[in-house]
Design a protein around this ligand. Sequence first.
Ligand code: ADP
Ligand code: MG
Length: 377
Amino acid sequence: MTTAAERLAKTAGAGVLWASPGRVNLIGEHTDYNDGFVLPFALPQATAVSGGRLAERRWVVSSEQTGETVTFDLDGGGKVGGWASYVAAVVWVLREAGVDVPGASLTIASDVPFGAGLSSSAALECAVMAVLVDLAGADVPMRDRPRLAQRAENEYVGAPTGIMDQAASTLCHEGNALFLDCRSLATEQVPFDLAGAGLKILVVDSKAPHAHVDGEYAARRRACEEAAGILGVGALRDVDVDALPDALAKLDDETMRRRVRHVVTENQRVLDTVEVLRAGDLRAAGPLMTASHESMRDDYEITVPQVDTAVRVALEHGAHGARMTGGGFGGCVLALVDEEHCDTVEVAVREAFAANGFTPPDTFVVTPGQGTYRISG
Ligand code: ADP
Ligand code: MG
């Protein structure tokens, strides 16, 4: 199967061609909106966008995935809806940032599945941004793009995402995970040479139907903000793991205590994972991943039977660690496995899904890929 970028490179006419990847988060879940730490890496799977200038100031956008072509300008008032809103959002935010965005014809092709928690939305936004900035001949540094793409998704599309997806899709380097401080936006490339360590990351897309995600996400955010208010801190990031017992003692609500415990311990697990990766001890990330999953399952209560099953079975079949990645209530599981155990784990998870009557999962191996990159033009 050719990649999306290769397909577009064959068919795209004159113009420019850029790609931005999807991502998985190795560890650090629901920490982003608490000003905390995350450790995503980019996927080899990416969304490619080719673009050429048009004489008029309008945008003609086709997606290989939806099979549709949508034309819009932003002068008539009213918002562009549907999938094209992600594209219109980027035009809008670049104009807000003072970029004179030329009219353009854009073609989109992607290898990132939609809605699986692999961040196809950020991949699309970041690739569209790269093409439009290039066509405009504007100077928008890569480090400034995640904030712009996040604002596009938050304010134009209306999806309340944190900064992680856009930062990962833009800033990751091949072979590395991206240690991101969601408060300062400081980043560090952390070497993550899976092949060199004889390891693989197996992704299990649980295919669990996402239900109540938006409401639950909003409820978790609210609980964290309320707790930060009671504790008198700017965000839960400011509660150190050593200060956790004292903080919990100040909270009356048992559910809120568990939410806080997840966020505070999860931030520490990100820091610990960065330490072991810096030391080149990749296997030591496994137990931290598993502890992260248990915290999401028991304290944050965002897992579902499909992902819990995938994690349990992976561990039973030799994975060093496994966890759900992404916002929760479905989505994907990552298992850190020795190369020679990967097939066994994959088969065992498939069998367990069948035995439980779950929809068959998708399974694939990922390696840390490159953030936004130019293919031609
Ligand atoms: P995720 O980011 O986890 O994949 P989201 O719900 O945030 O899920 O974003 C998915 C949406 O992004 C899709 O429903 C679609 O509207 C849009 N999208 C992503 N990739 C493409 C694409 N290649 N073509 C058209 N729309 C896309
Ligand atoms: Mg998304």
